[in-house]
Ligand binder design. Sequence first.
Ligand code: NAD
Length: 474
Amino acid sequence: MRIQTKHYINGAFVESTGTEVLDVINPATEEVIGKISNGTAEDVDRAVQAAKEAFPAFSQTTKEERIELLNNIAHEYEKRKKEFIDTVTEELGAPLHLSERSHYNMGLAHFREAAKQLETFEFEEIRGNSVIRKEPIGVSGLITPWNFPTNQTTTKLSSAFAAGCTVVLKPSELTPYSAIMLTEIFEKAGLPKGVFNLVNGTGQTVGNAITSHPDVEFISFTGSGETGKIISKNAANTIKKVALELGGKSPLIVLPDFDIEIAVKLAVANVVFNCGQMCTAASRTLVPKDKVEQFIELAVKRLERYPVGDPRDPGSALGPVISQQQFDRVQGYIQKGIEEGARVVAGGLGKPEGLEKGYYVKPTIFADVTNDMTIAQEEIFGPVMSIITYETVDEAIEIANDTIYGLSAYVLGEDKATIEKVAHSIRAGQVNINGAIADYSIPFGGVKQSGIGREWGDYGINEYLEIKSIIGIY
Ligand code: NAD
């Protein structure tokens, strides 16, 4: 049993001022695997004060000192590889191979990338007789979701530290243990006290206290649109800068000249990744009308390669979804899809056979989906593919853009001019061509209701900096 009912404030694990304790559940077994405190506004206040006191010194550290710090963190992180993999699998339910290949690696990549970016990052620009300086914004409140417990925390933390900001982190109460491990790593890596503070608990208590605290200058939030709206409103009272990484309903457009078998392979792999619990999931698959029956047949067959099961079993490609609530949400959307006339060609309602315990869902493919259906408009956050047909490339672009979201898009094609036309016409923060692999120096974030701001690499560091103009100094 993992019991960590303390918060980490001003360089030490300290008792909470509250008494409420939250259970943490393993989604594969539905058993309680640990306990954390539900922090209080008072805990948050202590954490913010520690971050505020640490800010003047940390914000003045040199680039070289912060590069060394980030490299030390990466080094300590690597030492705990096996533990990270086990922890993510236990708290999130991700299969072990995914915890290693994706979750563990992403966490490491952000620290390494931030150190690399800092080497060439310019904090000052001389223009005429003036200097334009980029200065750390101040105490930053970081609030993260459960679906990538290492990635979302580390992209924020690495950028904040690179910029010279001090922070208060509230990870998701559903997956708090990776963040607790990070805390131990920062201590080992020699992060000065007060630079990093961790307060565990719910959004209602800890989250709200962070977003409304007058000494927090910047909020970086990843999570749902609903929470993003609450946070923006709260933060407005003290005019905080807010960065939001929210949901998506990303289109994957298979262009007419692309190999259909490769398209199926990429589309299915994307939609089942992390059990579909991915803000960038390509949950709307746009296929030329004359190729759709072939696509469906191949996709149904391809899905058989992704068995659902115990995440500790090396044969499992998908584990459970995170919680009973998430299970119900996915079931609700599958039901809605059926009611609105979409055709289930694989998966469907209920749990996969033999998996009664644990929040397991059946990876599902819907055909005959139109873009006005609920399953094409709302984020499901489960392994559900909605196949939509189009007749012309212009129509594909129109469908792709017919959403409140704009996080990512995927384009599969051969003709460069058509690919460019589609990529330039889609309103999204990121367009991925032909299954290109992730590059941690490339900005990540959304437009429209998918968010505000960018993370990763130098663009991520910029979020934690304010611009100061010193006019007439030369
Ligand atoms: P959520 O919004 O419920 O919770 C996210 C975090 O916000 C948690 O730590 C939660 O405790 C906290 N929170 C909840 N209410 C709060 C409040 N009133 N004030 C402050 N904090 C509060 O989201 P979730 O269910 O954990 O995550 C799933 C959502 O996250 C999906 O919508 C998904 O698309 C989105 N997401 C977006 C990205 C991205 O980068 N764009 C990445 C991953 C997940």
